[in-house]
Design a protein around this ligand. Structure first.
Ligand SMILES: Cc1cc2nc3c(=O)[nH]c(=O)nc-3n(C[C@H](O)[C@H](O)[C@H](O)COP(=O)(O)OP(=O)(O)OC[C@H]3O[C@@H](n4cnc5c(N)ncnc54)[C@H](O)[C@@H]3O)c2cc1C
Length: 310
C-alpha cells in the first residue's frame, strides 16, 4: 500500500519530485536515510500540485523545516518529504504585528524584530528552527514560547486540500506540542509583539547567545531530546540515573548537558533511537517516570515509549 501510494503521488508530481533524497544532511543530527519522494515547494503552483498528489494518493507527508528537531531512521521515510523554499521565508513588520513565512529561520526573525524596535521574540535567537517547525513544536525558551506571540497561521491541509488562516487558539499549543498534523503544512505565521528598546533587545540577544554557548554542547544534536516531565528537568533525571555520557554505537548522551544526544561523524540514526530507549528505560526503572521525547522520530519501528511521526 505504501509503495502504491508513493507511485501514485510520483505520477501526479512528475518532475517536481525527486526520489531517494537523503534527509540526514537536512537535519542537525546529520544522520538518517532518504525520503522516497522529495519536493521543494517554491511557489503556489508547486503547492497546488503537491496537494493534488497527496489527496489523490494518501501518501504520508513529512514537513522538513531546519531539521533541528528531527531524527529520521536509517531506513528512511517511506513517503513524500516537503521543504518550503525561499519564497516562503519573507518577513514583514507593521507596527507591533509581524508576518514571517514558515521557512524563515527563528534566530533571523528574532534579530529582525529587535532591530525593528520590538520585544517579545528575543528568546527565539537560540532556537535553530524555522517558523513553521517552531509553531508545530510550540518551541520556547527563556520563559516564553510560540504560544505567547502567535496570533494566527496560514495552514495548508494537504489531504483535504483546504488552505486558510487558523487562529492560535485552534492550534492547541501546549508544552512542545500542537494539534498540527503531519499532513498539514504551516506556510506563514502572524505574531503580535510589543514596542521595545532596540538596545535593550540587542543586549538580551547577546545574553541568550552567551548562555547557550556556556550551557549547551555544539556538534550534531537536536537540542533537548526529552520534554521536561512535571517532576523536574529531564536533564537532571538523566544525570541522576548515571546516564550522562552513556554511549550506544555512534550516539552518546552529552557530558555537558544530559538531555542532549550527540552523533559521531557518519553515525547512525538507529543508534540515537536505541540510546533514547536506553535512557528512557534507566529513568523509568529508577524513578517510575516515563520521559516523553521532544525530538520527532520518523520512520522507526514503534517503541511503546517513543511517539513516531505520522
Ligand atoms: C542546539 C539546539 C537548541 C535547541 N533549543 C531549543 C529550545 O530552546 N527550545 C525549543 O523549543 N526547541 C529547541 N530546539 C529544537 C528545535 O530547534 C525546535 O523544535 C524547532 O522549533 C524545530 O524547528 P525546525 O524548523 O527545525 O523543525 P524540524 O526539525 O524540521 O521539524 C520538527 C517538526 O515540525 C514539523 N514541521 C517543520 N516545518 C513545518 C511546517 N512548515 N509545517 C508543519 N510542520 C512542520 C516537522 O514535520 C516535525 O514534526 C533546539 C535544537 C537545537 C539543535
Amino acid at each position: 500500500m505504501t509503495s502504491q501510494a508513493i507511485e501514485a503521488a510520483a505520477a501526479v508530481l512528475g518532475d517536481l519530485a525527486r526520489r531517494d533524497v537523503p534527509l540526514g544532511p537536512m537535519t542537525t543530527y546529520r544522520v538518517g536515510g532518504p525520503a522516497a519522494l522529495f519536493v521543494q515547494v517554491d511557489d503556489e503552483a508547486v503547492l497546488r500540485r503537491l496537494r493534488e498528489a497527496v489527496a489523490a494518493s494518501g501518501v504520508d507527508v513529512l514537513a522538513v523545516g531546519k531539521g533541528s528537531n528531527l531524527l529520521v531512521a536509517d531506513a528512511g521515510f517511506p513517503g513524500v518529504a516537503v521543504v518550503l523554499g525561499e519564497g516562503f521565508a519573507a518577513m514583514d513588520v507593521d507596527g507591533t504585528q509581524v508576518y514571517a513565512g514558515a521557512a524563515a529561520a527563528m534566530p533571523v526573525v528574532a534579530r529582525r524584530t529587535v532591530a525593528a524596535g520590538l520585544t517579545g521574540f528575543e528568546w527565539a535567537v537560540g532556537v535553530p528552527g524555522s517558523m513553521g517547525g517552531g509553531v508545530r513544536m510550540n518551541a520556547g525558551g527563556h520563559g516564553s514560547d510560540m504560544a505567547a506571540v502567535v496570533r494566527r497561521i496560514r495552514l495548508a491541509d494537504l489531504r483535504s486540500g483546504e488552505d486558510g488562516e487558523v487562529p492560535a487558539r485552534d492550534l492547541h499549543l501546549g508544552y512542545r506540542r500542537s494539534s498540527i498534523a503531519a499532513h498539514q503544512l504551516v506556510l506563514g505565521v502572524d505574531l503580535e509583539l510589543a514596542s521595545g528598546d532596540p538596545e535593550a533587545g540587542a543586549a538580551l540577544l547577546a545574553e541568550i547567545v552567551a548562555w547557550r554557548r556556556e550551557h549547551q554542547p555544539g556538534g550534531p544534536n537536536a537540542g533537548s531530546v526529552f520534554a521536561n516531565p512535571d517532576e523536574g528537568a529531564a536533564a537532571w533525571l538523566i544525570d541522576r540515573v548515571g546516564a550522562k555520557g552513556l554511549r550506544h554505537g555512534s550516539a552518546a548522551v552529552s557530558t555537558k548537558h544530559a538531555n542532549f544526544i550527540q552523533t559521531d561523524d557518519g553515525g547512525r540514526a538507529d543508534d540515537v533511537y536505541a540510546l533514547m530507549g536506553l535512557v528512557q528505560e534507566r529513568v523509568h526503572e529508577a524513578t517510575g517516570i516515563t520521559l516523553r521525547p521532544e525530538t520527532r522520530c520518523v520512520g522507526f519501528d514503534p517503541n511503546p515509549r517513543v511517539e513516531v511521526e505520522g
